[in-house]
Design a protein around this ligand. Structure first.
Ligand code: C2E
Ligand code: MG
Ligand code: MG
Ligand code: MG
Length: 279
């Protein structure tokens, strides 16, 4: 918890990385092979059921343990990785690492699902094949996996559409992340095979108990019910927000109020308290 909090203490790092723009070239160079050199980490943020708060799954969120700059958040290197073409390598590593971890925790008795973020650039031909391979290698059932995409994927791209359908064939679900913040939001719902809507944290942070502040969250939740989609509220930071969302019929949530993203070992002691006490 402390580690992840500290990483965000310097707000500048979230988008700009560890240094001034001139360092971006060096950072890009460093990024190549970061996965192979063992510098990437997967943090897991619990997804909970409302109102109980019981953990039903986790979202995998990548971090980069840079040898000189310390822990770097994804906002500071994922867009860079997309630009230089390193996102496939990074995404493949995150997928394999997280699927193996979740398969292990499921084998130890926790029925968890796993959500993994995918950049638009990763959804080229071959993505679903990779997912199929990782599922086979780790033994994770497709039904336990969720791939999160954003409204930056090209809704008209035939490759994207067919990769998403192939994920469905594997039993994998597709979530639309940060829902409502992109362009032509509603077209995604009619043209892509979407199973889950993630209500962006900007629609959660405004909740203040008034009907006006809840209009967007309420509308997305209603839309989800009408389209038979699962909905998950993101960025829940207070008990008041959780209560209000539950009152609007929201059944799933994520946010600092429940748990921050954390390393696998920490999640493990949360999931299996008796086991970690025993040593
Ligand atoms: P996202 O998928 O929308 O993930 C949610 C982000 O919100 C995470 O930031 C998480 O740490 C943060 N968050 C969770 N709860 C709260 C809260 O209560 N309050 C606030 N203020 N923030 C909260 P993070 O880890 O910095 O990730 C940022 C973005 O980077 C992600 O947004 C996702 O788009 C991208 N990303 C992360 N991991 C990967 C990855 O493996 N591959 C790709 N392609 N993108 C990734
Ligand atoms: Mg996400
Ligand atoms: Mg999001
Ligand atoms: Mg996001």
């Amino acid at each position: 918890r402390r580690a992840d909090e500290a990483m965000y203490a310097d707000k500048r790092r979230i988008k700009n990385g560890p240094g001034p723009t001139s360092d971006q070239k060096q950072l890009a160079t460093d990024l190549w092979g970061a996965a192979e050199r063992g510098e990437l980490r997967v943090y897991y943020q619990p997804v909970v059921e409302l109102p109980s708060g019981a953990i039903t799954g986790v979202e995998a969120l990548v971090r980069w343990q840079h040898p000189a700059h310390g822990m770097i958040p994804p906002g500071a290197f994922v867009p860079l990785a997309e630009r230089i073409g390193a996102i496939d390598e990074i995404g493949a590593w995150v997928l394999a690492e997280a699927c193996a971890a979740i398969a292990g925790w499921r084998a130890a008795g926790r029925d968890l699902h796993l959500a993994v973020n995918a950049s638009a650039r990763q959804l080229n031909g071959g993505f679903a094949d990779r997912v199929a391979r990782v599922l086979a290698e780790t033994g994770l059932p497709g039904a336990a996996l969720i791939i999160e995409i954003t409204e930056s994927v090209q809704v008209d791209n035939a490759d994207v559409v067919s990769e998403l359908h192939r994920l469905h064939d594997l039993g994998v679900r597709v979530a639309l992340d940060d829902f409502g913040t992109g362009y032509s939001t509603l077209r995604y719902l009619t043209q892509l095979p979407i199973d889950i809507l993630k209500i962006d944290q900007s629609f959660v942070s405004v909740l203040n108990g008034t009907a006006q502040s809840a209009v967007v969250a309420d509308t997305v939740l209603r839309l989800g019910r009408m389209m038979n989609l699962t909905t998950i509220a993101e960025g829940v930071e207070s008990a008041e927000q959780a209560t209000e969302l539950a009152g609007l019929g929201c059944l799933n949530a994520q946010g600092y109020h429940f748990a921050r993203p954390m390393p696998g070992e920490e999640l493990e002691s949360l999931l299996f308290p008796a086991v970690s006490q025993a040593g």
